[in-house]
Every structure is written in structure tokens, then in C-alpha cells.
Design a protein around this ligand. Structure first.
Ligand code: NAP
Length: 341
């Protein structure tokens, strides 16, 4: 007997056991019958399974519920407790429907609410860490229910304690957010500002930002239902000033974003594009024609095909720019062990 493991690359992955988890009680029962340490898979939208057969059990957090309550000492703020199995974009839309702002820039990001804190999802100048109050979950080693406050989550760029010390041992069951009825809106990303400028007569609201983000994403990013992908495959590299300056001499038009610590963030998509790899195709795997940072499955690619093209991209960018790209997507073998790119 085997069960399909959903993944947004559209790979035909199977596991011997897949355990949906709807309640904490069910999780406790599951943990008692499991013979090996499980892999936790939400929507599988940030994972590349290189093997089609997973030899570890899979836990799928499906806990539901969205509860809003006013925050006692901050009249404008609302606390929102959300089950890990809720679909991220549906939470964004629900909060906007309630007249709340804070999540609009994160519209249309694939995946579940429980996965959002793991890699600290971010888009158009907002990271989810700015909205998270606490993350609750179960330590799979001890069975203990824990709540980590924002500082304990150790959030960083596409990173958190859940990818480090608590990796594969903490199943997020719910996330608490703090949203506001009124808050400063973030519109400084060029693509977003450009989209909003098409209708300058319309008042700027969180809902309008969400609509603009959705329009920009739909225009630039492939829908995983139609074309298998996991969003940005690589993180944007952050380099020291001397490396940035020597690159800038050779590529004066190179996009660059100074960071608060003095380092410079480069755009991985631009580097891949300038390395001549935008829209390349190797069999059924390729890079997306509109956004080189996205690796796609044109249909029938294997996990190994996707891994091979990721390695080609990494090697070519390293040769041309001497910048080492790191994957944002998690690469897993049949034992759910991380593969080094
Ligand atoms: P873009 O507008 O082509 O810009 C390329 C990169 O430059 C972005 O990744 C962004 O970094 C950075 N950037 C652009 N404007 C910036 C500014 N004003 N200040 C600081 N950094 C800036 O990017 P895109 O690929 O279409 O993506 C747009 C947004 O959606 C980005 O925030 C991106 O992270 C997010 N996104 C995320 C995923 C994912 O799978 N994680 C997939 C698609 C898009 P940052 O990435 O650090 O923002």
C-alpha cells in the first residue's frame, strides 16, 4: 500500500504511510503508532522530492480554524489564531474581508499557515515575522505542546528556529498574528508601485494592494496547478561590499539592495537571467520564461531532472559571478534527509 504525497512540482511521489492530522488528540495517537521519525508536509509547495518513494511516514497538519479577538491594550489591533492547516491565501482574503491589514503584501503565496513561519515567507517588502505574535506546536520527540513567542522563533531572511534547532521535530499546530484596522501600507517595491500607479484615482487600501500583488504575481509567476514549480528556487544572495563593488564595475545595471548590517542583497533572478539561463529547457525541466528564479516541471520531469537543472544554474552563476546561490526550496532524498545542492 502506498499513498500520494502532494507537491507543487507535480512529481508522482508516494509514501508507505501518510497521516492527516486534524486535532491534537489525533496527533498524539499518530505519534504512538509511528515506527520512524515522520516528515511534516503541509502543501508541499517548498519541497523537492528527488526520489519518488519516501521511506518515512508523512504527517500532514490539517488543523483548521480562524479566530479573531480584539487586543485589550491596543484598541486598533486584533489577534488572530489560525490553525496550521488553513490555506495561506484564504487567511489573507479572510482578514481583508474583516477589514484588517497586515497580510496584503503576502497575497497568493502558495502553502499553508503552518508552513509560513518555517521559512518566514516574504514578498513585496513584508515578512510574516512582522505579523507573528507566537507559534504553537508539538515537539515530536517529547509530545509536549509548546508556544514560542516571536523572539524564540529566531526569524531571519527565509529562516527560523524551525529550520534549525527544531527542524523535523516541531509540528506547528497554530499561529497567532497581530493585525490592525489601520496601519501603514507598504508599496515601495517597484512592480507593486507600478501596478498601483495604473489607477491613481483609486484610494490606497489594503484590499487594493492585495489585488495589485495578485495581478503582479499572476503575470510573472507560473500557477503550480498548470506548471509544476515551488516559487523561487534560490534565495537572494547577500554579499559583502567588496564583492558587490567588483560586480558593479562589470555590471553597472545590476540590481542591489543595501541591508541594515552593511551587506548588499543581490537579485538571484537577475543573476540567473544574465547568466543566459532564463527560459532554458532540459527535457521536461526548465527555468521559467518570465522569471528565471523559478524552476519548472513542464510535465513528466523527475525530481532528479529538477535537481540537475538547479545544479546547472548554481554552477553557471558561480562561474560567471563568483556568487554561490543557496536553495530556498528544501531538497529531500528517500529517507527525507536533506540533499546538499
Ligand atoms: P522582483 O520585483 O523582480 O525583484 C527581484 C528581487 O529584488 C526580489 O526578490 C526582491 O527581494 C528584491 N527587491 C526588489 N525591490 C526591492 C526593494 N524595493 N527593496 C528591497 N529588495 C527589493 O521580484 P519578484 O521575483 O517578482 O518577486 C517579488 C516579491 O515576491 C519579492 O519580495 C519576492 O521575494 C516575492 N516572491 C517570493 C517567492 C518565493 O517563492 N519565496 C516567489 C515569488 C516572489 P526579496 O525577495 O528579498 O523581497
Amino acid at each position: 500500500m502506498s499513498f500520494p504525497v502532494h507537491n507543487s512540482f507535480g512529481l508522482p511521489v508516494q509514501a508507505d504511510a501518510v497521516y492527516p492530522v486534524h486535532t491534537l488528540e489525533q496527533l498524539r495517537e499518530r505519534l504512538q503508532v509511528m515506527s520512524a521519525a515522520p516528515l511534516i508536509v503541509g502543501a508541499g509547495s517548498n519541497m523537492l522530492f528527488v526520489s519518488e518513494r519516501l521511506q518515512v511516514p508523512v504527517l500532514m497538519p490539517l488543523l483548521k480554524g480562524i479566530q479573531y479577538r480584539d487586543e485589550a491594550d491596543e484598541p486598533d489591533a486584533v489577534l488572530v489564531d489560525v490553525g496550521a492547516g488553513e490555506v495561506w491565501h484564504e487567511l489573507v482574503l479572510d482578514s481583508l474581508q474583516k477589514g484588517l491589514c497586515g497580510l496584503e503584501n503576502l497575497s497568493l503565496i502558495p502553502g499553508t499557515v503552518g508552513a509560513a513561519p518555517i521559512q518566514n515567507i516574504g514578498a513585496y517588502g513584508v515578512e510574516v515575522k512582522e505579523r507573528i505574535v507566537a507559534v504553537a506546536g508539538v515537539d515530536l520527540y517529547t509530545g509536549e505542546l509548546r508556544e514560542l513567542d516571536n523572539a524564540e522563533c529566531q526569524f531571519a531572511y527565509r529562516d527560523s528556529v524551525f529550520k534549525r534547532k527544531l527542524k523535523d521535530r516541531f509540528m506547528v499546530t497554530s499561529v497567532r498574528f497581530r493585525l490592525h484596522r489601520r496601519a501603514p501600507l507598504q508599496t515601495h517595491y517597484e512592480a507593486l508601485a507600478h501596478e498601483l500607479a495604473r489607477h491613481p484615482e483609486q484610494p490606497l487600501t489594503a484590499r487594493r494592494i492585495s489585488d495589485a500583488v495578485i495581478a503582479v504575481r499572476r503575470a510573472r509567476l507560473p500557477d503550480p496547478v498548470l506548471l509544476g514549480n515551488a516559487g523561487s528556487f534560490f534565495k537572494n544572495p547577500v554579499v559583502e561590499t567588496d564583492i558587490y563593488l567588483s560586480l558593479l564595475q562589470r555590471y553597472p545595471d545590476m540590481p542591489h539592495y543595501p541591508q541594515s548590517n552593511g551587506q548588499i542583497k543581490l537579485a538571484a533572478g537577475w543573476l540567473i537571467d544574465r547568466a543566459g539561463l532564463k527560459g532554458i529547457r532540459r527535457g521536461a525541466a526548465g527555468t521559467h520564461a518570465q522569471q528565471a528564479l523559478v524552476i519548472v516541471n513542464h510535465g513528466g520531469a523527475s525530481g532528479q531532472d529538477i535537481l540537475n537543472i538547479a545544479r546547472e544554474v548554481r554552477d553557471t552563476v558561480l562561474d560567471k559571478f563568483a556568487v554561490a546561490l543557496q536553495p530556498e526550496v528544501r531538497l529531500l532524498d528517500e529517507q527525507a534527509q536533506d540533499i546538499v545542492l
